[in-house]
Design a protein around this ligand. Structure first.
Ligand code: UDP
Ligand code: MG
Length: 309
């Protein structure tokens, strides 16, 4: 008998917990026929609603249901890490509790693992139901990442992914504090099969993400998987030197041909403003990396458990 661990991060999802369980139970027969046992690990990310008691209610009826409850909200990245670290399965799958990751896809995903893949990942090909501005910036983010990062980060990739124990151990060996799982999956490599599906809107409740949070998250992604922005300062520096050199030549030639009319105050102001702006911008980038490094060297735990069942 082998074991399949289903890891479900939840943050204020009391309405979805049992709904998700019911949907998941529809595929249990498929796995039972393959002699695969299931365990369901709900990771409560410091919810302040009835999420924990909902999970406990299910656990009373079904012993395969487990719970890890955080001492506060640590974010989905931490919840996924805790799930992977505490689950015991030979196969592990990460799923959202809002049913945006359809459990009905699990049999197909598993079939690909049996073909010899190490992981089966999903990506949504449409962004139906999402504000157009958000979709636009999301696309820009993935295009930028493609250019500045060596790690492959797939556009529209979800965290819904079925993996072998070997791949999960590789992921767990990456102990970094600033976790950007979409990048970590790509970084560890292994043979990955991609499945595509149309975006599904969440079952109940509301998304935990707003534009600002997503923006900050994208910055995490960039600093975690690219050092290209750090090179920007050097590139802009060289560019400005070249421009300055050409301007000097121009001024010398003009002086020799036409004498020296005193003018140029406005252009001087513009140049000063622009160069100092660029300098602040580059210092800001440095600051970003420094801040991330600061958090990394502190080696704080990624999550803290309050209750474990
Ligand atoms: N989630 C979490 N901690 C958080 C935010 C979200 O564990 O701080 C969980 C949430 O309960 C859900 C999943 O992460 O199961 C995805 O969240 P959400 O549906 O809000 O994101 P979206 O699907 O809109 O990207
Ligand atoms: Mg969702």
């Amino acid at each position: 008998m082998s074991l399949l661990s289903i890891i479900v991060p939840c943050y204020n999802e009391e309405e979805n917990v049992s709904f998700f369980y019911m949907e998941l139970m529809k595929v249990q027969e498929f796995f039972a026929n393959k002699e695969i046992e299931m365990e369901i690990l709900y990771v409560d990310d410091g919810s302040c609603d009835g999420t924990v008691s909902e999970v406990k209610k299910i656990r009373e009826k079904d012993e395969r249901v487990h719970l890890i409850s955080f001492s506060r909200n640590f974010g989905k990245e931490a919840a996924m890490f805790a799930g992977l670290e505490n689950a015991k399965g030979d196969y592990l799958v990460l799923m959202d509790v809002d049913l945006q990751d359809p459990p009905a896809l699990l049999p197909e995903m598993f079939a690909h693992l049996e073909e010899g893949y190490d992981s089966v990942a999903t990506r949504r090909v449409s962004r139906k139901g999402e504000p157009p501005v958000r979709s636009f910036f999301a696309r820009m983010f993935y295009r930028l990442m493609k250019k500045i990062s060596k790690t492959e980060i797939m556009d529209g990739a979800r965290d819904y992914r079925l993996m072998t124990r070997q791949m999960v151990d590789a992921i767990l060996s990456m102990r970094e504090y600033n976790r950007f799982t979409k990048g970590i999956f790509g970084w560890v490599g292994f043979r990955t099969k991609w499945l595509e599906y149309e975006n599904i809107e969440r079952a109940k409740g509301e998304t935990k993400w707003n534009f600002w949070k997503l923006f900050l998250y994208s910055m995490d992604g960039i600093t975690a998987f690219s050092t290209m922005p750090l090179m920007l300062a050097s590139i802009v520096g060289v560019l400005f030197c070249v421009i300055a050199f050409l301007l000097i030549l121009f001024i010398i030639v003009r002086k020799m041909l036409f004498g020296d009319p005193v003018s140029g105050w406005p252009s001087l102001v513009c140049i000063i403003l622009m160069t100092s702006g660029v300098q602040f911008f580059c210092t800001g980038i440095l600051g970003q990396y420094l801040a991330k490094t600061y958090m990394e060297v502190k080696k704080r735990p990624i999550y803290l458990i309050r209750e474990k069942l």
